[in-house]
Write a protein that binds this ligand. Sequence first.
Ligand SMILES: [Zn+2]
Length: 60
Amino acid sequence: MGNVVKFKKPAAAGKHRGNTLCRRGFHKWRVVDTPFDSRQGRLVNRYRCTRCGAEKTEAR
Ligand SMILES: [Zn+2]
């Protein structure tokens, strides 16, 4: 069992390419687990870019 080939991590390989997309405005949004924004007192969806870490919120 000593010949197990490790898989390369695709995240590291796609980092620069992803950031290029981010700079062009094509973020890879993912919903963050904070369904309630107490500041605005209403329900919102919060998104975070999985590549560059940018955040945005949208009322739903
Ligand atoms: Zn991004």
